[in-house]
Design a protein around this ligand. Sequence first.
Ligand SMILES: Nc1ncnc2c1ncn2[C@@H]1O[C@H](COP(=O)(O)OP(=O)(O)OP(=O)(O)O)[C@@H](O)[C@H]1O
Length: 298
Amino acid sequence: MSAVLRARHLGKRYKQRWALSDCTFEVPAGHVTGLVGPNGAGKSTLLNLAAGMLTPTSGTIEVCGGVPGDGPAQLAKVGFVAQDTPVYASLTVADHLRLGARLNPGWDDALARRRIERLGLDPDQRAGRLSGGQRAQLALTLGIAKRPELLILDEPVAALDPLARREFLQDLMEAVAEHGLSVILSSHLVADLERVCDHLVVLVASQVRLAGALDELLATHHRLSGPRRDVATLPADQEVISASHTDRQTTLVVRTEAPILDPAWTVSGLTLEDLVLAYLARPAGAGSAGRPALTVLR
Ligand SMILES: Nc1ncnc2c1ncn2[C@@H]1O[C@H](COP(=O)(O)OP(=O)(O)OP(=O)(O)O)[C@@H](O)[C@H]1O
C-alpha cells in the first residue's frame, strides 16, 4: 500500500496533557479516510500535525513523503481546512480566489469559479458577511481548487445543510476518482463517513484504537448473541470489543479473522455506526486476550 501519511509513535503534549500518544498507523494514498472519535480525543491535534500547523512532541509523522510544513513544495502538496473554516473577513469571495491563485502553484481557477457560482455565492461579498455554512463552503472550495495531493478536512460538513453536505461529499468523491486525490476527514456524522470513506481511523483518548480498510473491518467484526456466557470461555482468536449481558442472554461484538462456528451464537454483521460505537465505548488499555472490554449488566 502506498501511504499518504505514516505516523510512528506519534505524540503531542500540551503542557502536562498528552493530546495524542504513541500513535502508529498509516493512511493509504488515493482513498478517503474517515477519522472518528469522541470530543477531545485528539482528532484536531492529529490533523494539525499532518498539516504542519503543530510539531510532534515525540515520534514522527510523514505526509506525502515529506515532513509536514517543511517548505513550499511540501505546503503545495497538502490542503488543510481547519475546524473553524478560517477565511479573511475583510476580503471578498473573489479576493479569496485571487489569493488562492497567487499562492498555489496547482490552482484550478475554473473549478473554483464553477463551485462558487453553483453555490450561489456573490463574488463581491465580504467573507465576514457570509453565513457560517457559506464560509465553510468558501474554505472548502479553496481547499479543493488548490489541487493538493492530500486534502485534510477537520469536520468539514458540520456547518452545511443536508443537501449542501451531500453535494460537497459528492464533489470530494469526484476529485478522488478523477485526480487521485487523497482525503482525510474527521466527522461525528457517521452516516456521511459511511457514504464517502473506504478507510477508517478511530481515535479514543489520544490513541488510535482501530485503523484499516472499511470493508475489511466490517468483515472481521461480528455481533454474537446467544445464551448467557462468560466471555473468558471464548476461543483465543476472538477479541471481545464489547459485551453486554442480561440474566439469560449475552451479546458481544468480537473481532476475528476466523469463521464463527459455535452453533450457540446467532451471528450478524455490524453497521459502521455499530462498529464505531463499540470502540468508542471501549475503555483505555482493553486487552486483546478475549477479555470483555465493555460489560453492561442489565
Ligand atoms: N492549544 C491547546 N492547548 C492545550 N490543550 C489543548 C490545546 N488544543 C487541544 N488541547 C487538548 O488536547 C485534547 C485533544 O483536543 P483535540 O482538539 O485534538 O480533540 P478533538 O478530537 O479534535 O475534539 P473535538 O471532537 O471536540 O473537536 C483535549 O483534551 C484538548 O483540551
